[in-house]
Design a protein around this ligand. Sequence first.
Ligand code: IPE
Length: 259
Amino acid sequence: MILVKLGGSVITDKGRYRTFDRETTSRLTSEIASSDEKVMIVHGAGSFGHMLAKEHRLHLGIDELSQIMGAAKVMADVRELNLEISRCMMDSGLPVVSLPPASCARMNQGKLEMLDVDLFQRYLDLNMVPLTFGDVVWDRKRGLSICSGDQLMMSLAEKFSPDKVLFITDVDGVFTGDPNMDDCARLIENVDKAVLDALPRTERNVDVTGSIYSKIQFMIDMAGRTKECLVLNGKAPGRLEAAMKGRSVIASRVVGGSI
Ligand code: IPE
């Protein structure tokens, strides 16, 4: 089984509220469909989630009534994005089943405490393609919190031990700096804990589900649960397909221990 995360930066324009990139997404779903492997997909929220979630401080817990309506709006927005992606998948021939985390997960202080992974298994056994996504989820201590796509990836990897885990983003992989700002930023071919510790820390681009560093830490943790964990550019046609089929591709390879 191959576990794929379509990051919010590749399926939406992260700077413009609720802007879906249909062209890129339908190409990516066709690339996924070109492989015969069983697959599960998690997608991020991008501009359908982060902006409003931050405005309503949903990542910090619920202490005002006004946040509840904000949460409902974010949930409606990410479901609209999910429906768009589901349609792209069906157009590519993938029999998708959408499994919204608010209906099959529970959180505790911002951590994913329970995900109904058996349900994913049952749909997979029917040859359907489970699709889940970053969402607002009931939280035992905070009322509600944000469940990131990365947390879902981790729970699914723990349960299914996928052959491959692919993180699809809008840059070629993990860089020594921000490739959109720094011409000298270099692609890091192999990423492990030592590499992460050596990366320069900037507090820019911290969104409601954490900084780029916490995301890479998640990937390092996940790398221990699969044979291959890659971060690659979904804006570049053909790379996802190549990775799905086990061909060599421009990407960062994430490894669990020190290289
Ligand atoms: C964010 O999920 C969920 C919400 C803001 C509701 P992710 O953290 O997985 O989304 P991206 O990939 O960064 O956009």
